[in-house]
Design a protein around this ligand. Structure first.
Ligand SMILES: [Ca+2]
Length: 294
């Protein structure tokens, strides 16, 4: 059976709940959420909008009756699957940070096998695919998946998405339902530091520059943001510097002087104007060469 409904892509602003309290606002481009989005094709399964379990509204319900005797003649133990073709005008995902989605599972089994469900992104074809086992999918629970578009083989040309099971992981007669919701591309809606790490966790006190690797996103090409980097001792900044940086990875040289007292410090980074800070520990120790130099 083939489900037909209008292809509606919505650009929405969404604040995505996450363990980190200060997660910055994100923009989402919904590919499929049960109420809108792309048309799903199916083989040996059904895929229909359903409200039994949904993040909101309806989700897409991927239903499989595992059957080891029917299906493709040469592969009676096959691969029930559902897939969408990404519309041509949104196949370039380089301006997006993540592909994100949720999966809820019900089954006639006591629990799901360790390889319950597979996920594939074609970039652009079978030979250049990203594939992942969704091992975190559990019976009677939601599981959340967020994949960095940078991890895809070619994020500039993503042509299709697929969810599937291998019947060999299941017993004949198993009944499976997966509710798949909020399949969306996400990006940071404002300049955001996604990581900030001292290149050396141990810094020698006589080295005057402490290098910090930062990764920035949430900006258009050519745009930049001001990054404030501080060396903190006992909660108070002892050194700081500002740098204007564009999206991508950079190394910030923080001038700390040649006589930093030994001890435990923190390196704190933030976008100027944002109250979201990232902190990483760094230990300053006496130089091993000091004794020899004297
Ligand atoms: Ca939904």
């Amino acid at each position: 059976m083939r489900i037909l409904y209008p292809l509606i892509l919505m650009l929405i602003a969404a604040t995505v709940a996450c363990a980190q309290p200060a997660e910055p606002p994100m923009e989402a481009l919904v590919l499929s959420d049960g109420d809108s989005g792309a048309q799903w094709n199916i083989a040996e399964a059904t895929m229909e909008p359903d409200a039994t379990h949904a993040r909101s509204g309806q989700a897409m319900r991927f239903h499989v009756d595992v059957n080891h005797e029917t299906g493709e003649p040469n592969y009676p133990i096959g691969w029930p699957r559902t897939y969408i073709t990404v519309p041509e005008d949104i196949r370039d995902w380089r301006a997006w940070d993540f592909i994100d989605f949720w999966v809820y599972a019900e089954t006639s089994r006591d629990s799901l096998p360790s390889t319950p469900l597979g996920f594939i992104v074609r970039c652009p074809d079978k030979a250049n695919s990203f594939s992942m086992t969704l091992s975190e999918v559990r019976k009677d629970e939601w599981a959340h998946f967020r994949i960095a578009t940078a991890d895809l083989p070619n994020p500039a040309d993503c042509t299709g998405l697929q969810f599937y099971i291998s019947e060999s992981n299941y017993s004949h007669g198993d009944v499976l339902d997966f509710w798949i919701d909020d399949v969306a591309l996400l990006r940071y809606a404002e300049p955001t530091i996604i990581s900030a790490t001292p290149l050396n966790r141990v810094h020698y006190s006589d080295v005057s520059v402490l290098r910090v690797r930062v990764e920035l996103t949430g900006m258009d090409e050519g745009a930049s943001a001001e990054v404030l980097t501080k060396l903190i001792s006992n909660g108070a900044p002892v050194r700081q510097s500002n740098a204007r940086l564009g999206a991508g990875a950079h190394t910030i040289p923080l001038e700390v002087g040649a006589n930093t007292p030994a001890g435990d410090y923190e390196v704190q980074t933030q976008i100027v104007g944002s109250d979201r800070t990232l902190s990483e520990p760094v230990r300053v120790v006496s130089s091993p060469w000091e004794a020899e130099a004297q």
